[in-house]
Design a protein around this ligand. Structure first.
Ligand code: GAL
Length: 435
């Protein structure tokens, strides 16, 4: 009997030892640790999620950091590598991303604009996982506006999740400067130029510009285009149904040139934040910028919405909403897709969106977020989003391919210094087949 008990005891101890060893080695086999000893995740492992974006520095990173903090609270066993590359609108990040994607070294997830930047670059190259099942499982299909889901879809597959909606056709202005110079908010380009003349006579820079990175000037041009063409023809232009030699595009180029007559002389040495500072300190009166500038004014410069700075739709585009959406997807070939999906779930949640967007200046992409978390600007933008015609931004990747955008930015850059309308139009016409 004693012998039998001893044998049973030995068997149990051995069995426990084997189980302990095999669970350790199955951790390795799962891919938690690769040959280089580097944590490389694995289907069900708890690893590291690398988030690639261009949100560094003032006015850009506060929202992302809040989202990361929320994620870490909820997922203490998954670490985050914040791999942001500075440069507004992805000026530098997009090139780094392209190299990595081509080298089959994708980040776990990366910032990408809904629309052509996602579809023509990464979906067309078969680099993204479809997320339809993920949307269904999490019941997101009716939580995001249909237009947004369309922007992140191609051939019936959904490829990313929008974290926000920014608006690009906004002018921010210094309220004190407007008041002192008795300027009314302009709604048409004629009123705008009248206001600009008055400000210039008073010694104030009418329009702040920082086109060290040329997308800021491209953004002004696209808004002028929208005003001249209206939302339907603006979309037709980028669908290739209207040519860039259309007379209204020529007029838009002329008007764009006229706006450039009112900007600060040192525009080429400033980035967008530097140009926003001119408005903040009253040297300049107005700034056309996506509403990440709202985040910058309110959170970084401590200015008060509707007290220190006001806002109005880019003249001639009231009732229209130049839509910019930052989205994140799941690249093919990442080691730990389940961990990445945990991050995407937080980013897609009401809680995640309401942590991110009030700091970023954008409105939530989800329709069921809490408006009370947003200031008056955010509340107004939410209303405008519901009641406006939505159009895709060129400068921020939705309207056309990266190839076309690169050429358009170059053409804009040359136009800003040379002001040759014919050359500018010709450059756009030649780039159009790449749209
Ligand atoms: C946009 C992006 C925004 C903001 C901006 C300035 O392309 O969608 O979130 O970061 O660039 O860098």
């Amino acid at each position: 009997m004693k012998k039998k008990l001893l044998a049973l005891f030995t068997f149990v101890v051995l069995a426990l030892l084997i189980a302990a060893c095999s669970s350790e080695s199955s951790g390795d086999a799962d891919g938690k640790t690769d040959d280089a000893g580097k944590d490389s995740g694995g289907g069900d492992s708890k690893g590291e999620v690398e988030i690639f974006s261009w949100w560094t520095g003032a006015g850009e990173e506060d929202g992302l950091l809040a989202l990361i903090e929320l994620f870490e609270e909820k997922n203490p066993d998954i670490s985050i590598d914040n791999a942001a590359v500075s440069g507004g609108a992805g000026t530098n990040a997009k090139a780094v991303l392209a190299t990595r994607m081509q080298g089959n070294d994708p980040p776990s997830t990366f910032q990408v604009h809904g629309g052509e930047e996602l579809n023509k670059s990464w979906v067309a190259a078969d680099k993204m996982e479809p997320l339809n099942d993920f949307y269904e499982e999490n019941e997101w299909m009716d939580k995001f506006p249909e237009e947004l889901i369309d922007l992140v879809s191609s051939d019936g597959n959904i490829y990313s999740i929008p974290v926000n909606i920014h608006r690009g056709n906004v002018f921010f202005y210094n309220m004190q400067v407007f008041e002192e110079n008795e300027i009314e908010v302009p709604t048409t380009m004629d009123e705008f130029f009248a206001a600009a003349d008055k400000l210039q006579e008073a010694g104030v820079i009418p329009v702040a510009l920082g086109d060290k990175e040329s997308w800021t000037a491209t953004q002004i041009f696209e808004n002028v285009l929208l005003g001249k063409l209206g939302p339907d023809d603006y979309k037709k232009l980028f669908a290739g149904e209207i040519g860039f030699d259309d007379s209204r595009v020529v007029e838009a180029a002329e008007q764009f040139g006229k706006i450039l007559d009112y900007v600060n002389e040192d525009h080429a040495s400033r980035n967008w934040q530097d140009s926003a500072q001119l408005v903040a300190n009253g040297e300049a009166a107005m700034l056309n910028m996506g509403d990440w500038a709202k985040g910058y004014f309110a959170n970084d410069l401590d200015l008060e919405t509707n007290v220190d700075f006001g806002y109005f739709a880019f003249p001639d585009t009231d009732g229209e909403f130049q839509i910019i959406t930052d989205t994140f997807g799941l690249p093919k070939g990442v080691d730990n897709p389940d961990d990445v999906k945990e991050f995407l779930k937080v980013l897609a949640s009401v809680e995640g969106q309401d942590a991110f967007n009030p700091l970023k200046g954008s409105i939530p992409a989800r329709i069921d977020a809490d408006p009370e978390k947003y200031d008056q600007y955010g509340k107004d933008a939410m209303e405008d989003f519901k009641n406006s015609r939505l159009v895709p931004s060129l400068a921020h990747g939705s309207a056309a391919s990266e190839g076309f955008l690169t050429k358009a930015n170059q053409a804009v850059n040359i136009f800003v210094t040379q002001r040759d309308v014919d050359n500018f139009i010709q450059a756009l016409v030649s780039a159009a087949p790449e749209m």
